[in-house]
Ligand binder design. Sequence first.
Ligand SMILES: NC(=O)C1=CN([C@@H]2O[C@H](COP(=O)(O)OP(=O)(O)OC[C@H]3O[C@@H](n4cnc5c(N)ncnc54)[C@H](O)[C@@H]3O)[C@@H](O)[C@H]2O)C=CC1
Ligand SMILES: O=C1O[C@H](COP(=O)(O)O)[C@@H](O)[C@H](O)[C@H]1O
Length: 252
Amino acid sequence: MVSRVLLTGAGGRVGQAILDGIGDDYDWRLLDRDPPTENPDHEFVIADITDPDEMREAMQGVDAVVHLAGDPRPEAPWDSVLRNNIDGTKVVLDAAVDADVDKFAFASSNHAVAHYETERKPDLYRTHDEFKLDGTELPRPGNLYGVSKAAGETLGRYYHDEHDLSFVSVRIGNLTKGHPPIDYERGQAMWLSHRDCAHLFDCCLEAEYDYEIVYGISDNDRKYYSLERAKEVLGYSPRDNSAHFDGDERVE
Ligand SMILES: NC(=O)C1=CN([C@@H]2O[C@H](COP(=O)(O)OP(=O)(O)OC[C@H]3O[C@@H](n4cnc5c(N)ncnc54)[C@H](O)[C@@H]3O)[C@@H](O)[C@H]2O)C=CC1
Ligand SMILES: O=C1O[C@H](COP(=O)(O)O)[C@@H](O)[C@H](O)[C@H]1O
């Protein structure tokens, strides 16, 4: 049973969504290289994920890791994604294996597979289009940031096979608070609401799995990512759908 969880990148947007939803459900150790902006409700470690000593220390007594820290910019330059996203993820994985951590949930991204859209857009963002990615496809990154996320997924595969670490890559779509992106069909197709985000990472901490790749979106009518694997293996049961909004207003 997972009790003590290390949340890297805790100060960011995804971290906030997770803590708002399931902050009371685990014994969290929050980690970020930037200090918290307000008094945190949980233990907070200021550390850089590329520092092996800091990560070894932060991992003590941890059952599971939710690894969010990294450069989230689709336009991020190679030196940054190489350091923060690829090397940083390896350092966190090494520390997790040394500390005998059971489960590792990794924040991957839609950008790891963005080039599947190239020859299909804008139709695939619309409800009449049946095309769906399901997580069994090879990566087709749309930028170097996407390459770094595909590398994180592959690192996870290796640490699972080599060290038996349970690893789930969550290819997160577009997280926004309150309502889906406005006037942005792609963003509406891959919208992830805050409450579905928290619930999905809760599932990653509770379910039993070996190595998984799932999509992290709400149950949007426009979706071109399948939610079947997340539902079947993790027990994900999303409650939101971008089709239930007109602009910033919920209409259903
Ligand atoms: N927000 C979204 O819609 C999506 C986010 N993701 C992924 O989810 C993760 C979190 O994204 P957001 O919360 O949106 O980003 P964010 O920028 O709001 O949060 C990232 C946090 O990681 C920290 N961080 C960055 N590099 C670090 C390092 N070397 N050591 C320690 N801390 C470090 C930053 O200080 C920041 O607080 C990222 O890995 C991103 O690639 C993936 C797809 C969509
Ligand atoms: O991986 C990420 O994806 C989201 C959605 O991508 P976008 O190109 O449609 O904006 C992005 O907002 C987020 O910053 C990024 O980390």
